[in-house]
Design a protein around this ligand. Structure first.
Ligand SMILES: [Zn+2]
Length: 178
């Protein structure tokens, strides 16, 4: 079975049996966000319990910690997430699909790294533009790359108009509070 067919089969099985659903499905779904159904919750709980036993209970020198999902913004500045946790994205000017420039370049065997600066990655994008194809529409017309920070911003109850100047963040990549 082809890999994409396999994935399709697993997804439709998981949905049919109530493992996982697209979140807010009756309102058309919410891209990239999912809800666990009855079997999904049970499976996730089993996996968490097995992980907890193996990682925490079976080690004398490890203790548990459950951090809040919000952390002081200075923590994420110190960890480098505010400055560096970002992907270089371009937009296809023909079909408006957003794509990772480093992945497009790697597909044509040009080394690119998500840690490169915007200037470095744009130089590679311009140099190789004619070789790159949009996977959705097949055209070769890309806007300059911009870095998009991947942290999820929140105002944490601060409703003054300028909260975006000093936002709080959810834990990047579900990072631990420690
Ligand atoms: Zn396109």
């Amino acid at each position: 079975m082809a890999a994409d067919k396999k994935m399709e089969t697993i997804v439709s099985f998981a949905k049919r049996r109530g493992f996982v659903y697209p979140s807010s499905e009756i309102y058309g779904g919410f891209n990239g966000v999912y809800d666990y159904g009855p079997y999904g919750v049970q499976l996730a709980n089993n996996i968490k319990a097995a992980w907890w036993k193996a990682m925490v209970q079976e080690h004398e020198n490890i203790v548990g910690l459950d951090s809040s999902i919000f952390t002081h913004p200075k923590v994420w500045e110190a960890s480098g997430h505010v400055g560096g946790f970002s992907d270089p994205l371009t937009e296809c000017r023909e079909c408006n699909t957003r794509l990772r420039v480093d992945h497009l370049l790697e597909d044509v065997d040009v080394f690119a790294d998500e840690k490169m600066s915007e200037d470095e990655i744009n130089a590679l994008l311009t140099e190789n533009m004619s070789k790159l194809r949009c996977p959705k529409c097949g055209k070769s017309n890309f806007a300059p790359a911009r870095r998009f920070n991947l942290l999820v911003q929140s105002n944490l109850g601060n409703f003054t108009s300028d909260w975006t100047k000093d936002p709080t963040y959810l834990r990047g990549e579900k990072r631990q509070g420690i």
